[in-house]
Design a protein around this ligand. Structure first.
Ligand SMILES: [Zn+2]
Length: 255
């Protein structure tokens, strides 16, 4: 629950003002925005998956190449949950804010595709997405369901129907280089007046550097981040509550 309602209301008013008085506003989202869509935040304290599992052993290029069976056993069931998840109020309000001209670009660390499902148009998925996969040999692209479908019918690792090579998802694994969306995100940060960080603890580089390219900074995250002390506004509350209230005072109907 919200600890201090008056203070909370003032912060949401301040957020509205920042969004309306600045012209080039971007949003940067991380795992925290999707927890209310049923997707766990792997880095959150106490419940984070990465406190129990070493990501290098499960979600890295080395893991894929040395023990693909274990790689797919670990990842495909999780990713399938992401693919079936639905956007929540925060994704929906952000999409409306873009439509209304208050947000120019959504940069996301998430691979769940929920910004696009919510209707956001200009989205940079800097860690990739789960709409497609590709063959590591001939590079042919397939829908994600080609890979997950084979897996669930007992074919592990999933194979390319063109050349028999192994399929892999179009997500940025540990040890992968950043994709082209990251370069686009850097361009989008040029001249950025306001960056609103939503649900990212700003610990994963190079994305954690993006706030340094913005004149003003807002952080909406349940936990503290290393950027809090440089921010113009910090809101440590439920992301759903923040966007529900923002929608109310900006007359945004997301039904
Ligand atoms: Zn192939």
């Amino acid at each position: 629950m919200i600890q201090n309602l008056q203070c909370f209301n003032e912060k949401i008013e301040a957020l509205k003002e920042l969004l309306t008085e600045n012209k080039k506003n971007n949003v940067l989202t991380g795992a925290g925005i999707s927890t209310e869509s049923g997707i766990p935040d792997y880095r959150s304290k106490g419940t984070g998956l990465w406190e129990r599992f070493d990501p290098m052993k499960y979600v890295s290029v080395t893991a894929l190449m040395t023990d693909p069976k274990k790689f797919f056993d670990f990842n495909i069931p999780t990713w399938t949950k992401y693919v079936n998840a639905q956007p929540n109020i925060a994704h929906k309000v952000i999409a409306k804010l873009e439509e209304m001209g208050y947000i120019q670009t959504v940069i996301t660390q998430n691979i769940d595709g929920l910004h696009i499902k919510a209707g956001s148009k200009r989205v940079r998925e800097v860690h990739g997405h789960l709409r497609t996969c590709h063959c590591i040999e001939c590079k042919k692209t397939f829908p994600f369901e080609e890979m997950s479908g084979q897996y669930f019918s007992g074919i592990n690792p999933p194979k390319c129907s063109n050349c028999g090579g192994m399929l892999r998802p179009d997500v940025v694994l540990f040890e992968d280089p950043m994709g082209k969306d990251y370069l686009k995100a850097l361009e989008d940060m040029e001249g950025c007046e306001l960056l609103v960080v939503v649900g990212s603890s700003l610990q994963v580089y190079p994305v954690a550097d993006l706030p340094s390219f913005s004149k003003k900074l807002v952080i909406i995250n349940k936990e503290e981040t290393p950027w809090d002390r440089y921010a113009d506004l910090v809101i440590h509350e439920s992301i759903g509550e923040v966007f529900r209230h923002l929608a109310e005072i900006m007359y945004i109907n997301v039904n």
